[in-house]
Design a protein around this ligand. Structure first.
Ligand code: ZN
Ligand code: ZN
Length: 253
C-alpha cells in the first residue's frame, strides 16, 4: 500500500473532531491551489493543460482569493481566454440559425446546434485540473482508508471513534467498499453504519433541543451541545465546514 497516502490519512484520523476525509480534502486542495499558483504556472506542460481547461468556478474563486501570484494568474487567464475564444466563437458563429424565407425552408437542425453549443460551454466551464487532481487523490485516500481498516487495528479504532464521516464522503467510502471482498466490506460497512447512525441520532436530538430553546419556558435552560447543532448538521450533510458560520449561534447565548 502506498506510504505517501498513509501518512496524511493517519494525520487526518489523529484528530477525532469532524470528518477526517474533509480534512484530507482541504489539505490536498490547498496543496493543489499552491501548486497552480506557484512556479508550475510557467512550465510549458502545465500551461498546455491550463490553457485548455482554465479552472472551475469554485477553484477560480479560491485562486483569486489566494492573491499570491497575480501575474501568473493573469498569464493563465490570458492564454485560456484565447484558447476558449478560438474553440468557441467560430462554432457559435456557425450555429447562428439561418432565417427561414421563401427560398430557404425551415431547418430544425439549428436546435441541436444550439444545444451542442450550450454543452460545449458547460463542459469547458466545469473542466478543472485542480478538480481532476483532487478526485484522483481522494480515490487513493479512500483506497488506503479501506486497506488500513482491515490491516491496522489501531487505525480501525480511530475510524470507529471519529466524530463523524460526512455524507458525501460516506458515499465515497461506500463506493470503495463495493470493491472489497464480502467479508472485508461487511466489517467496514458495519463500522460506517455505527458511525453514521450515532451521528444522525445525536444531531437529531441536538437540533430538536435547539428548536425547543425558542420556547419561552426553556429560556433559562442551558444550550448544552445544541448551540452549533445546525452548523454541525450542515457539515455532516454537505462536507467542507469552512463556510458554515457559527457566529449566529454564538449570538443566541
Ligand atoms: Zn467529509
Ligand atoms: Zn475545480
Amino acid at each position: 500500500m502506498e506510504k505517501i497516502y498513509m501518512i496524511p490519512v493517519n494525520d487526518a484520523y489523529a484528530d477525532s473532531c469532524g470528518c477526517p476525509i474533509c480534512r484530507l480534502h482541504e489539505k490536498a486542495e490547498n496543496n493543489y491551489l499552491e501548486y497552480y499558483l506557484g512556479p508550475s504556472l510557467m512550465e510549458p506542460d502545465t500551461r498546455k493543460i491550463t490553457n485548455k481547461t482554465g479552472f472551475c468556478p469554485v477553484h477560480m474563486g479560491k485562486l483569486n482569493k489566494a492573491v499570491t501570484n497575480r501575474l501568473g494568474l493573469g498569464l493563465v487567464m490570458h492564454t485560456h481566454l484565447k484558447d476558449f475564444n478560438d474553440d468557441y466563437t467560430p462554432k457559435l458563429k456557425a450555429s447562428i440559425p439561418a432565417k427561414a424565407g421563401i427560398l430557404k425552408g425551415r431547418n430544425p437542425d439549428y436546435k441541436q446546434k444550439l444545444n451542442n453549443m450550450a454543452d460545449l460551454i458547460d463542459r469547458r466551464v466545469s473542466s478543472c485540473p485542480i478538480c481532476d487532481n483532487l478526485n484522483d487523490a481522494m480515490g487513493h485516500y479512500v483506497e488506503v482508508i479501506c486497506w488500513m481498516f482491515s490491516h491496522d487495528s489501531e487505525f480501525k479504532e480511530k475510524f470507529i471513534e471519529s466524530e463523524f464521516h460526512c455524507m458525501p464522503h460516506t458515499a465515497l467510502l461506500l463506493r470503495q467498499a463495493a470493491k472489497l471482498s464480502q467479508n472485508d466490506a461487511a466489517d467496514f460497512v458495519e463500522a460506517l453504519y455505527n458511525n453514521n447512525s450515532r451521528t444522525f441520532d445525536s444531531l437529531i436530538a441536538d437540533v430538536e433541543y435547539f428548536t425547543l430553546k425558542f420556547d419561552y419556558r426553556n429560556t433559562d435552560k442551558p444550550w448544552g451541545t445544541s448551540k452549533n447543532s445546525i452548523q454541525r448538521s450542515m457539515r455532516f450533510l454537505s462536507s467542507d465546514g469552512r463556510d458554515f458560520d457559527e457566529q449566529q449561534s454564538k449570538k443566541q447565548s
